[in-house]
Design a protein around this ligand. Structure first.
Ligand SMILES: [Zn+2]
Length: 282
């Protein structure tokens, strides 16, 4: 998939794709019947739908920020087949194409620590997993760190400790509690819903604002408030915060970023008499 870029005031936002993968369509839409979701996201012969693995590079006056780090390269061949991984180049090549070395990244912000979001946070270096971005502060909600390091039985398979264990030992982990300003114009907001410590990121420059939604709204097809994933641990909390964030985004003309969209990850949202609709960003 191509990179998409937009200007947010003087900051440049560049989507970086780590490829696409496939998950069971039923699990991606929870209680929504297949005849409804299949019109938006057609299922393959194994009932899987195609999802993007989109990270976002923020070139700001306060430093370089990477939001999410894809699915990484820790999967076995069997897992690659199970997840239908398709990748040309991937995140590290996309970063390189932007002229960025891993050492250049100042902040890495993960919405949560599921393995399809923080895959490149670490990589194999002579048999041990080391931080990929050695100068970065890795920002995650403390509640998410606690959930990832002692996962409940339902969530265990969604976390891979190889992605993050070393970060704390290396002193690169920057856990935050609730809403936190990282630097002027960039702040994370705890949402919960999908996982106990899920967060979204707001970026604001020159009067324009963008919200990085993480798994609160994974694709364009999840715009309706009650269309959410079967994976979500706290569905009612998720719907409440999702409705609030999307309606505010419509009112304030916030740009949205969808982590798992396999088409353009940027869009605007409009509120037409209570009905949310997408509007193109480019
Ligand atoms: Zn995800």
């Amino acid at each position: 998939m191509n990179s998409y870029r937009v200007m947010l005031g003087e900051w440049e936002l560049v989507s970086l794709c780590d490829g696409c993968f496939r998950l069971d369509g039923g699990s991606m839409f929870g209680v929504i019947p297949k005849p409804l979701w299949e019109r938006k996201k057609p299922a393959d012969e194994r009932n899987r739908i195609r999802l993007g693995l989109n990270a976002l590079l923020v070139k700001s006056s306060h430093g370089l920020v990477l939001l999410e780090s894809g699915i990484g390269d820790k999967m076995s061949l069997r897992e690659e087949d199970l997840y239908g991984l398709e990748r040309e180049g991937g995140l590290m090549q996309a970063l390189d194409a932007e002229g960025c070395e891993p050492e250049d990244i100042d902040f890495v912000i993960h919405s949560h620590l599921h393995l399809d979001h923080c895959g490149w946070a670490t990589r194999d270096s002579g048999g041990t997993f080391q931080p990929t971005f050695p100068r970065a502060r890795y920002i995650v909600q403390r509640r998410e760190w606690d959930a990832a390091t002692s996962p409940d039985p339902r969530s265990r398979a969604s976390y891979d400790p190889r992605d993050y264990s070393i970060l704390e030992q290396k002193g690169l982990l920057a856990p935050v509690d609730g809403e936190t300003e990282i630097f002027p114009g960039l702040r994370v907001v705890h949402t919960g819903g999908h996982t106990p410590g899920h967060q979204v990121t707001y970026m604001e420059c020159g009067g324009a604002r963008c919200v990085f939604l993480g798994d609160l709204v994974p694709t364009r097809a999840h715009l309706r408030v009650n269309w959410h994933m079967g994976w979500d641990l706290y569905p009612l909390d998720l719907m409440e915060v999702k409705g609030r964030i999307l309606r505010e985004a419509a009112r304030r003309h916030d740009l949205l970023f969808f982590t798992h969209e396999d088409e353009s990850p940027f869009a605007y949202v409009e509120d037409e008499a209570g009905e949310l609709r997408l509007a193109p960003a480019q």
